[in-house]
Design a protein around this ligand. Structure first.
Ligand code: S3P
Length: 450
C-alpha cells in the first residue's frame, strides 16, 4: 500500500513519440460517491468502471464497516447493497481512509447525522490535512468531533442523535466540504442549504438527484445555493463511471510535450466543473481536440486527442477557473516548463492543503530540474525553458502525493536527462495502471534511481 511500505523510486527517461490509445481508469470523485450513495440507498446499486485505486478501495472497506454489503464482481463491476439513509451501523474498528481526503471527509459527513460513533485515521499525508473545514459545519447538525491538535486525524466523530438541518456557506472552494454537508443533510429533517461562492465539482448534486433525492440548485448573488430535502428514501442506481479527466491529464500533457506524439484518450468525463485544464491547454496553443462528444451516466463525455504541440505559450490562468482544475496544476506546471514565456497561476491557496503542499513540492522539484519557478502564498508562476529545453537530471520528492509523482515522471519524458521520483508508490491511490499504460504508449519509466 502507498505510504506504508518501502519507498518505490521510479525514473522516467527521455522517450520517443507517445502514440496510441490511453484507456485511463474510472473517475475517482464519482467512484467514491457511487459507493457512499449506494450504501445509503435501499437495495442493490450496480457500478461499472469503478476506479480500483487504493483511495476508492478504502472507501469500499469503510462502507462495509458501516454495514453495507459491497461486492467486487471483477473488471470494475461492483455492487452495493445499501442500508438506507440513517441506516449506518456503528463500525467495530477504526476506519482507515489511507491517503484519501475525499474518502474521509465524505464519509464523516455521511455518518455525522446518525446516532453512532466512528474513529477515522489515514496515512502520514492524510493525518496532516485539515479536517475542521468539515467538522465545523457537522457541529451545526449536532455532531461532535475530537481529534488531534489543529483538527487533524486520527479523529472520532460522535454522530448527532437528533440532527438539525443546516444553512451553511462554504468558506473555501471545496467540493469535499460541500459534499460532506449535503451527505449529513440527508439524515436531517427539513431542508439543508449549502451555499458556495465559487462553483466546485457537482458530482454529489448530480448523483443525489439520480438516486431520487429532492435537490435544487439556484445561482444567486450570494453564490450557488443548493437546497436538499432531508430524509429521502434513496433508490438504488445503475452507474457507469466515466474515465477520470484528472488521470487523463497525464497522458494528454505528456503527448503535448514529447515530440511526434499523437495520443487518443477515449471516454473522458468532461463535466464543466472538472474540465478547466483542457480549456487552459487550448488557450496555451495545445493541439487538443474533443472527438465524439456524448453523455454517459448523466455526465458529458468525449474522446480527447492530444498531439505534440511545440508552439505553446504561457498564459495567466484565470483564478475563477481554479476549482475546475485544482488537481491539474502540478501537471500544468510541467507543460508550462516546455512552453514559451511565463504561466501565472493565481488564486490557488488550496493547493497548499492537498495530499502535499503542491506549490512547494512542484516548485522544489522543478527548480532542481532547472526550471524557473516563483511563488507566493496563493500563487505561483513557471517560466518556460522552451520545448525540449528542460534540463531534468534530478531526483524529486513525491511527498506521498500521487499527482506530484506522476507530474515529475511526465517531466522526465521530455527533459534532456532522466527525472527520478523518490517514491512512486502513491500513484496506486488513483492511477494504478499509470506505469504500464504510459509504457504501452512509448514512455520509458523504470523502477529505481537513474
Ligand atoms: C474532490 C475535491 C477536490 C479535489 C479532490 C477530489 C472531490 O478537493 O482536490 O482530489 O472528489 O470532491 P476539495 O474539494 O477539497 O478542493
Amino acid at each position: 500500500m502507498s505510504g506504508h511500505g518501502t519507498p518505490l523510486p521510479m525514473t522516467s527517461s527521455p522517450c520517443g513519440p507517445l502514440v496510441g490509445k490511453a484507456q485511463v481508469p474510472g473517475d475517482k470523485s464519482i467512484s467514491h460517491r457511487a459507493l457512499i450513495l449506494g450504501a445509503l440507498s435501499v437495495g442493490e446499486t450496480r457500478i461499472t468502471g469503478l476506479l480500483e485505486g487504493e483511495d476508492v478501495l478504502d472507501t469500499a472497506k469503510a462502507m462495509r464497516a458501516f454495514g453495507a454489503e459491497v461486492i467486487d464482481h471483477g473488471g470494475g463491476a461492483w455492487s452495493v447493497h445499501g442500508v438506507g439513509v440513517g441506516g449506518f451501523a456503528e463500525p467495530g474498528k477504526v476506519i482507515d481512509c489511507g491517503n484519501s481526503g475525499t474518502g474521509v471527509r465524505l464519509i464523516m459527513g455521511a455518518m455525522a447525522t446518525s446516532p453512532i460513533t466512528a474513529t477515522f485515521t489515514g496515512d502520514a499525508s492524510l493525518n496532516k490535512r485539515p479536517m475542521a473545514r468539515v467538522t465545523d459545519p457537522l457541529a451545526l447538525f449536532g455532531a461532535q468531533a475530537v481529534g488531534r491538535s489543529g483538527g487533524r486525524l486520527p479523529m472520532t466523530i460522535v454522530g448527532a442523535a437528533d440532527p438539525l438541518p443546516v444553512r451553511y456557506t462554504v468558506p473555501v472552494p471545496s467540493a469535499q466540504v460541500k459534499s460532506a454537508v449535503l451527505l449529513a443533510g440527508l439524515n436531517a429533517p427539513g431542508q439543508t442549504v449549502v451555499i458556495e461562492k465559487e462553483a466546485t465539482r457537482d458530482h454529489t448534486e448530480r448523483m443525489l438527484t439520480g438516486f431520487g433525492a429532492e435537490l435544487t440548485v439556484e445561482d444567486t448573488d450570494e453564490g450557488r445555493v443548493i437546497t436538499l430535502t432531508g430524509q429521502p428514501e434513496l433508490a438504488p442506481q445503475v452507474i457507469a463511471v466515466p474515465r477520470d479527466p484528472s488521470s487523463a491529464a497525464f497522458p494528454v500533457c505528456a503527448a503535448l510535450i514529447v515530440p511526434g506524439s499523437d495520443v487518443l484518450v477515449p471516454g473522458i468525463g468532461l463535466n464543466p466543473t472538472r474540465a478547466g485544464l483542457f480549456t487552459t491547454l487550448r488557450e496555451m496553443g495545445a493541439d487538443l481536440t474533443y472527438e465524439n462528444p456524448r453523455e454517459e451516466g448523466g455526465e458529458p463525455v468525449a474522446d480527447l486527442r492530444a498531439r505534440y504541440s511545440p508552439d505553446m505559450s504561457g498564459i495567466e490562468v484565470p483564478p475563477a477557473r481554479a476549482a475546475s482544475m485544482i488537481d491539474e496544476y502540478p501537471v500544468l506546471s510541467v507543460v508550462a516548463a516546455h512552453a514559451r514565456g511565463t504561466t501565472m497561476m493565481r488564486g490557488v491557496k488550496e493547493l497548499r492543503v492537498k495530499e502535499s503542499d503542491r506549490i512547494d513540492a512542484m516548485a522544489t522539484g522543478l527548480r532542481a530540474c532547472g526550471v524557473v519557478v516563483d511563488e507566493g502564498e496563493d500563487w505561483w508562476s513557471v517560466t518556460a525553458s522552451g520545448p525540449g529545453a528542460v534540463p531534468g537530471g534530478a531526483t524529486c520528492k513525491s511527498h506521498l502525493d500521487h499527482r506530484i509523482a506522476m507530474s515529475f515522471l511526465v517531466l522526465g519524458m521530455a527533459a534532456q536527462a532522466p527525472v527520478t521520483v523518490d517514491d512512486g508508490s502513491p500513484i496506486a491511490t488513483s492511477f494504478p495502471i499509470f506505469e504500464s499504460l504510459m509504457g504501452t504508449l512509448g514512455a520509458n519509466i523504470s523502477r529505481g534511481s537513474a
